[in-house]
Design a protein around this ligand. Structure first.
Ligand code: PMT
Length: 420
């Protein structure tokens, strides 16, 4: 058995000299147990004959969107649903541009748009085309999408005589990348199953992202937070069966469809939104990086630089987490501690001082390479501290992993402690 056994894979072949390598791709995928259906663009057929793919895959090759005979067998929407994964190799700049914009003007681009399957793209083009601003923007758009991965391109000599990035990766490497993508998906499915039902019927309120404290109409004070951690926790809580309400500061993320999300700007607004939503909340998780202070008098006009220095008078914001956990009928309360030093000392202090049930501590800051740690990045590690019924403090480490996985581990631990 391999990760490809009985997997349905659509191989999209576009018009490029590398199309000959796609024949080897079909052979390798079929050898590892996959069912492969090939879709060729019109241009691809100028480089390699459909018969080659038909012989290697054992399936008729599709290329026309409105082919009545083929549609009678399996319509293009059915084909899109059939796929466990779509691989496009070679992927030309033209097809990449169409896919990045959601254009569906041939069978391949239509099937991609109609499919929820993960997409692996193996670009192949002239190095100047690959490096062009517009192509890089299109590629960047893919990198921000879940379930889309890139295999290559490789560097080297090109058919046109140029040398640089744009060669299609070797078939063996592409197959390995596809195996990794399928493996990751499998892992995610297992993690989702493990969470399933753990928080059925519970109502969770989660804060996420930064808050913004205005100084004047053009300037503000804020904390570093992308919201990724909080949004991942909301997603994991949904997977565990909870009803989820999110109160978020300004972030560039969209909340999962089933999450009710309230967008706020300042700490005061976040405090108000949280207290409006607290009814029947079973678990409160404070992931937000709330500004501890706000400007006492926000200037109504832009402050002019007439003086060499000036002092901003700041006043303390209410502590949302501490206020929630001070309630007589408080929910199970989980705080976060973002520390640049003495993680355990400060986290345990917050756990006790704010009367929390659990605290998730993370080291934040900028590492020696200038890279952010904890905030603004896709992965993180946590140390959890919680009180036992005997009032001992226990701790558990969750090693570095993606924030999605980390959120699932955290939700699993919260459910375990909450259900005790
Ligand atoms: O958003 P990302 O880019 O993914 O980054 C994630 C994160 C680093 C922001 C997150 O993991 C994190 O650590 N969030 C808490 C940040 C923080 O403000 O920590 P703190 O140690 O200053 O605050 C302690 C706790 O009190 C936090 O739960 C905070 O939400 C809460 N708090 C703080 C001040 C305040 N006025 N109200 C609060 O509720």
């Amino acid at each position: 058995m391999t990760v490809f056994t009985d997997k349905n894979i659509i191989l999209g072949v576009c018009g490029g000299i590398a199309a000959y390598k796609s024949a080897e791709l079909v052979r390798l995928l079929v050898k590892q147990g996959a069912n492969v259906q090939v879709i060729m663009t019109a241009a691809a057929q100028d480089f390699i004959a459909p018969m080659t793919f038909q012989a290697l895959s054992g399936n008729p090759v599709r290329s026309e969107l409105f082919d009545h005979n083929a549609e009678a067998g399996m319509g293009h929407i059915e084909l899109a649903r059939w796929a466990d994964m779509i691989l496009i190799a070679p992927a030309t700049a033209n097809t990449i541009a169409k896919l990045s914009q959601g254009i569906a003007d041939n069978l391949l681009t239509t099937v991609c748009l109609a499919s929820a399957a993960p997409l692996m793209i193996a670009p192949a083009m002239n190095q100047q085309m690959w490096l062009s601003d517009v192509n890089q923007e299109n590629i960047q758009r893919f990198k921000n999408r879940p379930l889309v991965s890139l295999a290559g391109p490789a560097q080297g000599e090109q058919a046109c005589g140029d040398n640089g990035p744009g060669r299609m990766e070797e078939a063996q490497t592409i197959v390995q990348e596809c195996a990794q993508l399928l493996q990751d998906m499998l892992q995610q499915q297992i993690e989702k199953q493990v969470l399933s039902g753990l928080l059925d019927g519970q109502r969770l309120l989660i804060t996420a992202g930064p808050t913004i404290e205005d100084i004047d109409p053009v300037r503000y004070i804020t904390n570093r937070s992308s919201g990724k951690m909080g949004f991942a926790i909301a997603e994991a809580a949904l997977e565990a069966g909870a009803e989820v309400v999110l109160v978020s500061g300004p972030v560039a993320l969209s909340a999962p469809e089933k999450v009710v999300c309230y967008e706020v700007r300042s700490a005061l607004q976040m405090h108000e939104a949280v207290f409006k939503q607290l009814d029947n909340v079973d678990i409160f998780i404070a992931t937000a990086a709330v500004a501890d202070y706000r400007v006492e008098d926000i200037a109504t006009q832009k402050i002019k630089k007439t003086r060499d220095s000036f002092t901003l008078q700041l006043i303390k914001n209410p502590d949302i987490l501490a206020d929630v956990s001070a309630l007589a009928d408080k929910p199970f309360t989980v705080g976060f501690a973002a520390e640049t030093s003495e993680l355990e000392k400060y986290a345990v202090d917050k756990l006790q001082r704010k009367n929390l049930d659990m605290i998730a501590a993370n080291q934040v800051g900028i590492d020696t390479d200038g890279q952010p740690k904890g905030f603004d990045v896709d992965s993180n590690e946590l140390r959890l501290f919680f009180k036992t019924p005997e009032d001992f403090i226990k701790q558990k480490k969750i090693p570095e992993m993606s924030k999605q996985q980390l959120a699932r581990e955290l939700i699993r631990e919260i459910a375990r402690q909450y259900n005790k």
